[in-house]
Design a protein around this ligand. Structure first.
Ligand code: AMP
Length: 216
C-alpha cells in the first residue's frame, strides 16, 4: 500500500513519517533528507541542489521525479510512505504515470494541518541529526543530552533553511504549489486531513487511525 503525507514545512511530517514507517514496516521516501544528503556529499548535483535549498525554493521537477522514479522502482514490492513528495502538480502527474507504468497505485493522501504561528515556533526550535535524520525540538521534544542525538550520539544541527525569512518563503511556496494538490488527490486516491496539533503521540494516533481505516 502506498501512503502519502503532505503539509506545510514544520507541520511534523518528517517526525511522523519516521514513526509511521516503523509502525507499518513501510519504506519511507523522504526526499528532503535525500536532497540534504546529496548536498552533504558535495557532488556536482549536490552543489546544484544547494542553491535551491538555500533559497527556500523547490528543486527542479526533473531532479525530484528522477529520485522518486528510481526509489519506487527499487522498492516496488514494499509498502511505501511518501514524505514531502510530490510538491507541485507536475510532480504529482509524474508520480501517477510512474505508478501506472509499474501497475501500482496511491492509496491515501493525508494532509497535515497546523496554523502558521505554531509552525514558525516549531521550526525555529527544530534541530536534527545529520547522521540518522531523527528530528528534535528544543521546546517540545528535546534530546536527553544537550545537542546530542539520543540514538547515534551525533551532534545535532539546525537546518540552514530554518530561519524566519526562509520559513516564510517556504510557507508561501507551499500555499501556492503544494496545498492546491488537494483536488488532484481527491480525484486519484483517498484524501484525508488531520489536525497536527497536540503531542507527537496524539498526532501519531490520528494518522494511524486513518491508515488503519484503509488497510485490510
Ligand atoms: P523538507 O525537508 O521537506 O522541508 O524540504 C526541504 C527543501 O528541500 C525544500 O524547501 C525544497 O527546497 C526541497 N524539496 C523537498 N521536497 C521537494 C520536492 N518534492 N520538490 C522540490 N523541492 C523539494
Amino acid at each position: 500500500m502506498m501512503v502519502l503525507l503532505f503539509g506545510p514545512p514544520g507541520v511534523g511530517k518528517g517526525t511522523q513519517a519516521n514513526l509511521l514507517s516503523a509502525r507499518y514496516k513501510s519504506t519511507k521516501f523522504s526526499i528532503g533528507d535525500m536532497l540534504r544528503d546529496e548536498v552533504a556529499s558535495k557532488s556536482e548535483l549536490g552543489t546544484k541542489i544547494a542553491q535551491y535549498l538555500n533559497n527556500g525554493a523547490l528543486v527542479p521537477d526533473d531532479i525530484i521525479s528522477a529520485f522518486a522514479r528510481q526509489f519506487i522502482e527499487k522498492h516496488k514490492a514494499d509498502d511505501i510512505l511518501l514524505d514531502g513528495f510530490p510538491r507541485n502538480m507536475n510532480q504529482a502527474q509524474n508520480l501517477i504515470s510512474d505508478l501506472n507504468r509499474l501497475s501500482l497505485s496511491l492509496k491515501v493522501a493525508i494532509e497535515m494541518h497546523l496554523n502558521e504561528t505554531e509552525i514558525i515556533k516549531r521550526l525555529i526550535s527544530r534541530r536534527y541529526c545529520p547522521q540518522c535524520n531523527k528530528i528534535y525540538n528544543y521546546v517540545t521534544n528535546p534530546p536527553r543530552q544537550k545537542q546530542v542525538c539520543d540514538i547515534c550520539k551525533t551532534t545535532l544541527i539546525k537546518r540552514s533553511d530554518d530561519n524566519e525569512k526562509l520559513i516564510r518563503k517556504r510557507l508561501a511556496v507551499y500555499e501556492k504549489e503544494t496545498q492546491p494538490l488537494v483536488g488532484f488527490y481527491k480525484a486519484h486516491c483517498i484524501y484525508e486531513r488531520a489536525e497536527a496539533t497536540g503531542s507527537q503521540e496524539e498526532v501519531f494516533k490520528k494518522l494511524s487511525n486513518i491508515i488503519d481505516a484503509y488497510t485490510n
